[in-house]
Write a protein that binds this ligand. Sequence first.
Ligand SMILES: [Mg+2]
Length: 288
Amino acid sequence: MQKILFIVNPIAGKKAGKNIHQDIIRYLDTDKFKPHFKYSEYSGHISEIAEHGLKENYRAIIAVGGDGTVNETGRILIHSNIPMGIIPIGSGNGLARHLRVPLSVKGAVRLINKMDILQMDAIRINGMYSFCVAGIGFDAEVSRMFQQMKARGLFSYIIACLRCFNQSKNQNFIVRTKQKEHHLNGFMMCFANANQFGNNAYIAPGANVSDGIIDLVLVKKPYYLQIPLFAFKTFTGTLENHSLYNRINGSEFEITQENDFAHLDGEPTKVGTKFTVAIEEKALPVIC
Ligand SMILES: [Mg+2]
């Protein structure tokens, strides 16, 4: 019998994670696996539980929550041989959607029963990790606003976007690669491992989590009249040919920005005005 650790974030998204263990037990192949449940109680607790779990010889450790929970778990399991699973109960579920992990508990647990593993890349920024999408400019400002709001969920996220939109301006960025220095002006810059932020908002439609490449995306601020088409293209995965959209692929960038913060998988973090973004290839085993 192999042990599996489920780390549950009881406040992820809108769905209560509190009673989820009953559903997990119902669908888990308990002839093969013995589930252990741990519930996070405070900020940073998920990583502490995962770190403890690393030493306990689990077959897999499962993040039950949103992209924040996935990030806190993944940053501990990176470069280990314990795979991370996802039961997506967050508000956006960007990485789970990219990996086609079912959004139902039943479907996600069935995937865990099969235990197929993909070695996925991670994006490293100043020694911290992003597994889905990181960014600076507008979307980092949104993540800061969203964190300060009491309510979670898609509706609150849209409110945060609208509030930040008026205040945010195009800013100057410098992107250095080994070959070239780009002086760019834009509203936000994203570093995409996965193809979407979550909720099927495809910021980097062609991104692949195991190709060793960061999709660096630069977006210029749209005029109000351009927003509907821009939003339509975001949600249909067709942004690539929009006039406000630019993409540079690479494995390492040195970035200079006017702000001093970023978001990593939706969590706002200080990174300074100058920082390095690098890929770590096939660094995290995930169940998908
Ligand atoms: Mg990639």
